[in-house]
Unconditional design. Structure first.
Length: 439
């Protein structure tokens, strides 16, 4: 049993981690308790974030099979960004949320991402208001030091934003929020927050509420993200890290023109950050190999992106290069998977005097998975961890049951690749359980 883990992990976080692992999803808390391997990839992402802190920019495409750990890796990157005093926004792409659209779907992606805005003090999201309040607090202190009015200090700090596309309206909305704060007008504050989250669908409604002529809409989502990046710097944060997962939804778009427009938007982002046009800003995209390399519907089908995202021709046969925009998540080694299973066991053992399962039982579980699934259980550890969490759950609730009996009754779906292919064709994810434990 890992005593150190038990000392640091409280009961609420333990239960949250266990529930997430049993459902086959990434825990929202306690990632450090179940993180193993990926040292090279994590180091590269940390270096990107440090570049953002120093005033640079970056873009990464995290590529891996379904269940390979992309979402876990992205969430780990967000936690690193928060520790570096960055602000993060994140969202999953979906049929109704994409980077480019003309029917409100791009605005929906922006709205979801800003609702999930997080800081180190509010890692669970919903941090937009606290960022604004911090900015106002900074301005108030500056005004007091200079013997100036708070309004003059706010205007002086915000004037640089007016140089950005859409900056004038952005500044007008922030000043409206301050007026609402000063006068106790919660309606005005709420209207300003709605505008900043992209929740106004008509310009008329926004003009009546805030006196602005424009709103955040499909055509200016990326410009609005760059404005947010500049604003969080004014609020004394290190920068903005944007995380978009499930990019495979662009690959799944049936309309060729829609895919091309989304590819063009990605190209604009890549060009901006690689050429240094953006500052204190990083984008991290998560997607499957098909999303990247498919020559008919993936990013490689767009020649400009193909040339920018092509991987190092010398990095093959197990040789890794993480200096380019693309990071392919490597399979966990047998030793790393063993360590991961031990960490999951340590989470279950929190507050207990004896382990739920012995090392012998963990080794038997790994051997069983390898015999039934093959090397796929290294490439896609999600289903393996889900099955192991279910096994531990049964053992925890039935202490008289022997793990050997349970492993003898496990049925494992052999054709892992067929399940993944079917999910892609049907427009879904591989959320089904590869391993079913029966008593």
């Amino acid at each position: 049993m890992n005593a150190n883990v038990n000392q640091r992990l409280n009961a609420r976080d333990r239960d949250a981690i266990i529930q997430a692992l049993m459902a086959g999803v990434v825990p929202r808390v306690g990632l450090a308790h179940v993180q193993v391997g990926r040292n090279v990839e994590v180091t590269a992402l940390v270096r990107d974030i440090e570049r953002v802190v120093e005033g640079g920019s970056g873009v990464r495409f995290i590529i891996g099979e379904y269940g390979a750990g992309k979402t876990f890796f992205l969430n780990l990157g967000r936690l690193v960004a928060l520790e570096k005093k960055c602000v993060t926004i994140h969202a999953d792409l979906a049929p109704e949320r994409r980077l480019h659209a003309s029917n409100g779907h791009a605005r929906a992606l922006y709205t979801e991402a800003v609702r999930n805005m997080a800081t180190r003090t509010k890692p669970e999201g919903g941090a937009l208001q606290s960022v604004i309040e911090k900015f106002i607090g900074e301005c108030m202190r500056e005004a007091e030091q200079l013997g100036d009015s708070p309004e003059a200090a706010i205007q002086r700090r915000l004037v640089s934003l007016e140089e950005h596309v859409g900056g004038y309206d952005f500044v007008t909305v922030l000043r409206a929020y301050w007026r609402g704060s000063e006068t106790g007008n919660d309606v005005l504050k709420s209207a300003a927050l709605r505008w900043l989250r992209g929740e106004y669908s008509t310009k008329t409604e926004a003009r009546e509420a805030l006196g602005v002529r424009n709103i955040i809409e499909d055509s200016n989502v990326y410009d609005s993200i760059k404005l947010l990046s500049a604003f969080v710097r004014l609020a004394s944060y290190s920068g903005l890290v944007v995380v978009f997962d499930e990019m495979v939804n662009i690959y799944k778009l049936q309309h060729a023109l829609s895919r091309e427009k989304n590819h063009e938007q990605i190209l604009r982002i890549v060009n901006d950050v690689l050429q240094g046009s953006a500052q204190h800003l990083a984008f991290v995209f998560g997607g499957t190999p098909e999303f990247l390399t498919d020559s008919r519907r993936g990013l490689y089908s767009y020649e400009a992106l193909h040339s920018r995202l092509s991987e190092n021709a010398f990095a093959r046969s197990g040789i890794v290069d993480v200096n380019g925009p693309v990071i392919r998540l490597q399979s966990l080694s047998q030793e790393e998977l063993l360590l991961l299973l031990r960490k999951v066991r340590a989470v279950y053992d929190t507050g207990k005097t004896a382990s739920v399962i012995s090392d012998e039982g963990i080794m038997a579980f790994m051997t069983h998975c390898f015999r039934k699934v093959g090397e796929a259980y290294f490439r896609t550890p999600r289903n393996t961890i889900k099955a192991f969490a279910q096994l531990l759950s049964v053992l925890e609730q039935n202490p008289s049951v022997d793990w050997r009996t349970l492993l003898d009754d496990v049925e494992v779906a052999k054709d892992n690749g067929r399940i993944a292919d079917t999910a892609v064709e049907e427009g879904g994810d591989v959320d089904g359980d590869l391993t079913t434990i029966r008593l």
